[in-house]
Ligand binder design. Structure first.
Ligand code: ZN
Length: 895
C-alpha cells in the first residue's frame, strides 16, 4: 500500500489543530493476524481555529465502524485520512468511537503494533499511532489514556501499557484482561502496549521525597540474568536526575521492556520504555565494556526523557531537537558524572566528540545537511539524525558554557515552571535559558545564538596567533565562516564560545589577561566570538606561548589552525586540558595523512610517520600516571571516514593505503612498548565494567591489535598465538573480542579457526552473534574477499534481513564501516548496496533509508567510484513504488 502522504511538510505551515482530544479509551483484542481496536475519544473543537472538518490520520488500517455520540455517522476517506464533516457545532465535548483492525504479524515496518518473538510491542514515534487507530497523530494533541488489553492468558500472560494498572482479571475462553490508566496527558507518540511471555527483574526504591517506586525490567524468560546492569543504570538515572536537576520520578511504577526487533535504540513511552535488547541485556561473557557503557547511557537517555520529552514535549516534529538534543546532553552529563574522575569525564567527552565528527560532521557536509531545527521534510523518520541528536546536544552544551552550570540549572527550572504539561518549541527553551540568566552573554546575544538552530553546516573557525616580544603581547585573530549547505548558500556569523589557554614554554598554563582587563585570570578563559573576525590581545606574556584552542571542544566547529609540528608536540606533551591534548596528537596524524594522500601515489612512503611524532606517542604511552583509557585514545589514529571528510576529492583506496601504512608503522616502531603495555594492563581481575578496569582492557586490546599487526608483517611472531590463547581463555567478552579482532584485522591464519570457535560458543546468543557477523563484514579486504563473504553470510541460517539488528550487523557494517572493501573499482559494492536498499524497502522503509545514507558522500568520490555510485543511486531512485523514506534520501543525494 502507498504511504499516507507523499508531500513535503514545512515548518512555516504549522497551524494548531482544529480539534482537541481530551481523553482516549482504547480496547485491544490482541490477535497476531487480526487485532481489533476500539477507540473511544472525547473531542472538542479548538475555539481558536476556524471551523473545519475533523481529519483523523490513519495508515494501513481496516476501518469497521464509526459511531458519533452513540449513532452511526457518515464519513469519507481522503487517501488514508478519515474525514468527518457533520460534527456538532460549538465547542462542547462529544464522543466519537472508531473500530478498526490491523495485522501485527504482517507489520514488518515495526511501526505501530508489531510482533517480535511471538510477543506484541508498539512503536509510535513519530507517526506510528496512526497505524493502530485513527487519531490526531501529532505531538501537540495531548490526551488522557485508559487502555484495556484482552488476550489469551497462556500465550500473553503479561499485559502492559502506560501508567498504573487499575484492574485485571479473567475472561471467557482462556482469555484475560488488564486495564491501565496513565494519569499524565500525553501525545500519541508516547503511547505503548506490550503483551507476551515476559519476566521482570524488580526493584523498589525510595527517592529523596520519600516516595516509593517500583522499577521493572521486562525481558524474555531466560534473559533475566542479563538485566542487572540495566536495573542499576535505571536506579542511577532516577537518583541522578533528582540530584542534578531536581527532577523526580513522577510515577509509582516505571517499566523498561526489551525486544530484539526494533528500528531504533529505544523509546521513551510514558512509564513504559521499550528498548532494543542491545541496550538492555548484558552479562560479562557476551557484552563488551562499550556495550555496558551504551546501556547505561541509553537507559539514562530514555529515563531523562520522562521530563525532557514527556512532561514537556514538542509542539511539532521540527522541534525534535528540543527533546533529543537536550536529552542527549543530559545523558552525556550523566555518564560523565557517573564516570567519576576528571580523566574518565574527559575520556567520555573525547569519545562523544569522535562520534560527532565521525557521523555528524559528514552529515553537515553532505546532501542531507539540515539545521538542528529543520525547515521541511518529506518523511519525519529521516530526521532522527545525528544533527538533531548530537549537534543538538552540542548546542545545549553551549548554553551551559555561556551561562555556567548553575545558570543552566536555573534555565531548566524556569523552563519547567513555564511549560510543564505543554507542547513547546526550541524558542521556548532558548527564552527560558536567557530569561533565567538576564545578565549573561546568552541573554545579550540570544537572537544570534539561535542561528545554531536555523543554519546548517559545520562552521570553520580560523585561528592565527602572533607574538610580539617587544610589547610582551600575544594577539589571536579568530575568524569564522560556514560552508554553503543545500538551500542555504549564505550564512550569518554564529555565537561561538572558544574556551582557551596559553601554554608556556615550561608546559604550564600562563595567566591570561586581555588588554582591557585590570588583572589576569588563571589558566582558562572562554572568548565569545560573534563577528566574522575578531582580534584578541593578551598582555603580560613573557615568552611565545602555544595557544590551546577550543578546550573541551567548546563549540561544534572545525578548527582551522596552521600549527607547526613543534607547537602540536608541545601540546601533546603538556596541555592541561585532556581534550586539546588528545586533539594535538590527532592533528599531527591528520596532517601527515593528508600530506601523503595529496602526494603522488608512487611517491608515498611506506613509513610516513616521523621520529618526533613516534617519540611523543611512545613517551605518552609510557607516562606513569596517565589514565590507560586516555592513552588508548591518543594512540588511536584518526579513522578513514574522518580523514575523507577533510578532503574535497576522496579516493577511498588511497586513504586506506595511507592509513594502513601509518598504523603498521606505529605498530612496528613501538613494538616493545606495545608488549610492555599489553603485559602491564592485560590482567584486570574479576570483571567489572567500571572506567578504570575498562580503560586497562582498552589499552591492552589496542596493544594486542598492534602486536598482531606487527607480527604478520615481519615483527615478533609469538603474538598471534598469544592472542588465540587469550581468545580461548578470556574471562569476559571485551578481552575475547579484542583478541579475535586482533587476529581478524591482522589477517592472521588463526582468525578463521577463532571465528569458527566463536560461532559455536555464541550461536544461541543473538547479540553476540551480531558481533560475529559485523566482524566479518569489517574484515580487511584481500583482493575483494569481503563482499563474497558478506554474500555468503546473507545465506547463513542465522541471518535474517527482517531483523534490524542483524541487517545492521552484516549489511550496514559492510556498506558503512569498511570503506576499502565497499568502494570497489568493479562497482560491485555499490550494486550490492542498491540491491539491499531496494530489498529492505519492501520490508522496512526506515531501515532501508538508513542504509541508503551510506552513499551520502558519493559526489566527492574520484572516478571511477563517482560515476558508479551515481548509477547505483539512480537505479534506486528509478523504482516507481519507493517509500517516502528512501525516496527522500536518494533524491537529495542526486540533487
Ligand atoms: Zn531520545
Amino acid at each position: 500500500m502507498r504511504e499516507g502522504h507523499s508531500t513535503v511538510t514545512r515548518r512555516q505551515d504549522y497551524a494548531p489543530p482544529a480539534f482537541w482530544i481530551d481523553s482516549v479509551d482504547l480496547t485491544f483484542d490482541l490477535e497476531p493476524t487480526k487485532t481489533r481496536v476500539l477507540n473511544k475519544m472525547v473531542l472538542r473543537r479548538n475555539p481558536d481555529v476556524p471551523a473545519q472538518p475533523l481529519r483523523l490520520d490513519g495508515d494501513e488500517l481496516n476501518l469497521a465502524r464509526v459511531v458519533l455520540a452513540g449513532q452511526g455517522c457518515s464519513f469519507r476517506m481522503d487517501g488514508q485520512t478519515l474525514v468527518l464533516e457533520n460534527l456538532p457545532e460549538g465547542t462542547a465535548p462529544f464522543e466519537l468511537e472508531v473500530f478498526t483492525t490491523c495485522n501485527p504479524e504482517k507489520n514488518s515496518k515495526l511501526m505501530g503494533l508489531f510482533m517480535s518473538g511471538g510477543d506484541f510491542f508498539t512503536q509510535c514515534e513519530a507517526e506510528g499511532f496512526r497505524r493502530i487507530t485513527y487519531f490526531l497523530d501529532r505531538p501537540d494533541v495531548m490526551a488522557t489514556y485508559t487502555v484495556t488489553l484482552r488476550a489469551d492468558r497462556k500465550r500473553y500472560p503479561v499485559l502492559l501499557s502506560n501508567g498504573n494498572l487499575v484492574e485485571s482479571g479473567d475472561l471467557d475462553g482462556g482469555r484475560h484482561f488488564a486495564t491501565w490508566h496513565d494519569p499524565f496527558k500525553k501525545p500519541s507518540y508516547l503511547f505503548a502496549v506490550v503483551a507476551g511471555q515476559l519476566v521482570a527483574r524488580e526493584q523498589r526504591i525510595v527517592t529523596r521525597s520519600g516516595r516509593e517506586h517500583l522499577l521493572q525490567v521486562y525481558v524474555r524468560p531466560g534473559d533475566l540474568d542479563q538485566t542487572e546492569h540495566a536495573m542499576n543504570s535505571l536506579i542511577h538515572s532516577v537518583l541522578w536526575d533528582e540530584a542534578r536537576f531536581g527532577l523526580a520520578l513522577d510515577l509509582d511504577r516505571f517499566m523498561v521492556v526489551a525486544t530484539s526487533d526494533f528500528n531504533a535504540g529505544a523509546m521513551e513511552n510514558k512509564g513504559l520504555n521499550i528498548f532494543n535488547t542491545k541496550y538492555v541485556l548484558a552479562k560479562p561473557s557476551t557484552a563488551t565494556d562499550s556495550d555496558f557503557d551504551a546501556i547505561e547511557s541509553v537507559i539514562g537517555h530514555e529515563y531523562f526523557h520522562n521530563w525532557t520529552g514527556d512532561r514537556v514535549t514538542c509542539r511539532d516534529w521540527f522541534q525534535l531537537s528540543l527533546k533529543e538534543g537536550l536529552t542527549v546532553f543530559r545523558d552525556q552529563e550523566f555518564s560523565q558524572d557517573l564516570a567519576g574522575t576528571d580523566s574518565a569525564r574527559a575520556v567520555k567527552r573525547i569519545q562523544d566528540v569522535i562520534n560527532l565528527r565521525a557521523a555528524q560532521f559528514p552529515e553537515d557536509a553532505g546532501p542531507m545537511a539540515h539545521p538542528v531545527r529543520p525547515d521541511e521534510y518529506l518523511e519525519i523518520s529521516n530526521f532522527y539524525t545525528t544533527t538533531i541528536y548530537e549537534k543538538g546536544a552540542e548546542v545545549v552544551r553551549m548554553y551551559q558554557t555561556l551561562v555556567g552550570r548553575d545558570g543552566f540549572r536555573k534555565g531548566v527550572d524556569l523552563y519547567f515552571q513555564r511549560h510543564d504539561g505543554q507542547a513547546v518549541t526550541c524558542d521556548d527553551f532558548a527564552q527560558a535559558m536567557a530569561d533565567a540568566n538576564p545578565d549573561s552573554d546568552l541573554a545579550r546575544l540570544l537572537p544570534q545564538f539561535k542561528r545554531w538552530y536555523s543554519q546548517a553546516g559545520t562552521p570553520v573557525l580560523k585561528a592565527e596567533g602572533r607574538y610580539d616580544a617587544a610589547a610582551r603581547s600575544y594577539t589571536l585573530t579568530l575568524s569564522q565562516t560556514c560552508p554553503p549547505t543545500p538551500g542555504q548558500p549564505h550564512k550569518e556569523p554564529f555565537v561561538i564560545p572558544v574556551r582557551l589557554g596559553l601554554v608556556g614554554a615550561d608546559g604550564r598554563d600562563l595567566p591570561l589577561q586581555l588588554d582591557h582587563w585590570q588583572r589576569p585570570v588563571d589558566g582558562n578563559h572562554t572568548l565569545v566570538l560573534t563577528e566574522p573576525e575578531t582580534r584578541f590581545t593578551f598582555v603580560g606574556v613573557d615568552s611565545e606561548p602555544v595557544p590551546s584552542l577550543l578546550r573541551g571542544f567548546s563549540a561544534p566547529v572545525e578548527l582551522d589552525w596552521d600549527a607547526t609540528p613543534e607547537q602540536l608536540l608541545h601540546l601533546l606533551a603538556h596541555d592541561s586540558d585532556p581534550f586539546t591534548r588528545w586533539e594535538a596528537g590527532q592533528r599531527l596524524a591528520l596532517s601527515i595523512a593528508i600530506e601523503q594522500i595529496a602526494g603522488p601515489a608512487d611517491g608515498s612512503r611506506a613509513e610516513p610517520l616521523n621520529d618526533a611524532y613516534l617519540a611523543a606517542l611512545r613517551a605518552l604511552l609510557r607516562e606513569p600516571d596517565l589514565d590507560p583509557a586516555f592513552k588508548a585514545l591518543v594512540l588511536t589514529l584518526p579513522d578513514e571516514d574522518y580523514i575523507a571528510d577533510q578532503l574535497d576529492e576522496v579516493d577511498p583506496q588511497r586513504i586506506h593505503a595511507v592509513c594502513d601504512a601509518m598504523e603498521l608503522q606505529l605498530a612496528k616502531a613501538l613494538q616493545t612498548d606495545w608488549a610492555w603495555a599489553y603485559d602491564a594492563h592485560e590482567n584486570t581481575g574479576a570483571y567489572s565494567p567500571d572506567p578504570v578496569s575498562a580503560g586497562r582492557r582498552e589499552l591492552a586490546g589496542l596493544a594486542l591489535h598492534m602486536l598482531c599487526l606487527a607480527a604478520t608483517h615481519g615483527g615478533e611472531l609469538v603474538w598471534p598465538g598469544k592472542a588465540y590463547q587469550r581468545f580461548k581463555d578470556a574471562g569476559n567478552m571485551t578481552d575475547r573480542l579484542n583478541a579475535l579482532e586482533a587476529l581478524v584485522y591482522s589477517g592472521h591464519d588463526l582468525a578463521g579457526r577463532a571465528l569458527q570457535r566463536y560461532y559455536e560458543l555464541f550461536r544461541h546468543e543473538p547479540l553476540a552473534l551480531d558481533k560475529w557477523f559485523a566482524l566479518q563484514a569489517h574484515a580487511p579486504d584481500h583482493n575483494g574477499s569481503v563482499l563474497p563473504q558478506v554474500r555468503t553470510l546473507m545465506k547463513h541460517p542465522d541471518f535474517n534481513l527482517r531483523t534490524p539488528n542483524r541487517a545492521r550487523s552484516l549489511v550496514f557494517s559492510y556498506c558503512n564501516g569498511n570503506p576499502a572493501a565497499f568502494h570497489r573499482t568493479d562497482a560491485a559494492g555499490y550494486a550490492f548496496w542498491a540491491d539491499r536498499v531496494l530489498e529492505l524497502d519492501t520490508i522496512n522503509p526506515q531501515v532501508a533509508a538508513r542504509l541508503a545514507r551510506a552513499m551520502d558522500a558519493w559526489a566527492r568520490l574520484v572516478e571511477p567510484y563517482r560515476s558508479a555510485a551515481r548509477e547505483a543511486l539512480a537505479r534506486v531512485a528509478a523504482k516507481p513504488s519507493l517509500s517516502n523514506d528512501v525516496r527522500e534520501v536518494v533524491t537529495r543525494a542526486l540533487a
